[in-house]
Design a protein around this ligand. Structure first.
Ligand code: IPD
Ligand code: CA
Ligand code: CA
Length: 299
């Protein structure tokens, strides 16, 4: 075993959290192979028996491994929230992919240290994170101040210096979709980069920034279980995470902008310009395009 791999075993929370994420991921793989029924939580917000079963399994295992720790899970688990430590659990990030048989989803576990006396609305410090992709058997892990690893090997963000050479990612909310301005950002980032991926798992998007596969990720209105683990992965891999104005990222801020650090100021500049109504590159409207298309076929 190399020195770096050995170090992973020396970590405080990652070995147990990794085993839990792997076990839950294996259950998701089985469900995926069997096929599952889908229910609707909201208009297009899906949930399956796999989400609920995986959350129950993760919570039972966390209680065995870390009996003092609290848990805040997407499918409703709220236990020991006055504790010093709190796990944010997304038992299945990428449910829409999962429900359609697309093999791109993960288990995400992020651990927050909340010192005694902290106000309920204040963030503590994220200290550990694990994101496990069961279909590729990829385990991304980090602990605060100790580094970040992909399958036990140290991982770093990319060194790409500008957006024009970058691949970036985003996602769209499944609730109140008509209130989201994100398609404008999608368009502008598409025109200025190698492209924008909308792959359907925010936790894996963040893990891909951390591992250097992509340079940046942003999304509006995510929840703490989507971002707790992935944002720590990015920071520990050498990247930067803020809100859309460059302020500190907060778990409930509903804004996350993560990058390799090198392109961060450029991304913030673009957000600031776009929020001020500048920097929108004109593209043809469907009507203008149709007129052009009709003229072409007539000529
Ligand atoms: C969703 C995914 C998706 C993001 C959505 C999230 P879920 O989580 O992370 O990429 O765009 O905003 O809600 O519902 O699959 O756990
Ligand atoms: Ca999620
Ligand atoms: Ca989920």
């Amino acid at each position: 075993m190399s020195g770096a791999e050995k170090k992973v075993d020396d970590l405080a929370w990652i070995p147990k959290a990794s085993a839990i994420a792997r076990e839950a991921g294996a259950r998701l793989r089985e469900f995926q192979a069997q096929g599952v029924e889908t229910e609707y939580k909201g208009e297009v917000d899906l949930v399956t028996v796999a989400d609920r079963t995986a959350e129950k399994l993760v919570c039972e295992r966390l209680a065995e491994a870390f009996p003092e720790h609290g848990v805040y899970g997407e499918e409703g688990t709220r236990v020991r929230l006055d504790g010093e430590y709190r796990w944010y659990v997304d038992p299945l990030d990428g449910t829409t992919n999962f429900a359609h048989g697309i093999p791109h989803f993960c288990v995400s576990l992020g651990l927050e240290l909340r010192p005694t006396g902290l106000n309920p609305e204040e963030d503590g410090t994220l200290v550990a994170g694990v994101v496990y992709d069961p279909m590729r058997d990829e385990l991304f892990a980090a602990e605060r101040g100790k580094g970040a690893w992909l399958n036990g090997k140290p991982m770093r963000v990319s060194r790409t210096p500008e957006l024009a050479e970058s691949l970036v990612a985003t996602g769209f909310p499944s609730r109140k979709r008509h209130l989201s301005p994100n398609v404008h950002f999608y368009q502008e980032f598409t025109l200025r980069s190698h492209g924008v991926r909308r792959a359907g798992s925010a936790a894996l998007d963040l893990a891909y920034v951390a591992s250097g596969r992509m340079e940046g990720f942003w999304e509006f209105k995510l929840n703490p279980w989507d971002t707790a683990a992935g944002t720590l992965l990015v920071e520990e891999a050498g990247g930067r995470v803020t809100d859309f104005s460059g302020g500190p990222f907060r778990l409930d801020s509903r804004e996350v902008l993560a990058s390799n650090g090198f392109i961060h100021e450029e991304l913030l500049g673009l957000f600031s310009d776009m929020f001020a109504g500048r920097s929108l590159t004109p593209i043809p409207t469907p009507q203008e395009f149709a007129a052009h298309r009709a003229a072409r076929s007539a000529g």
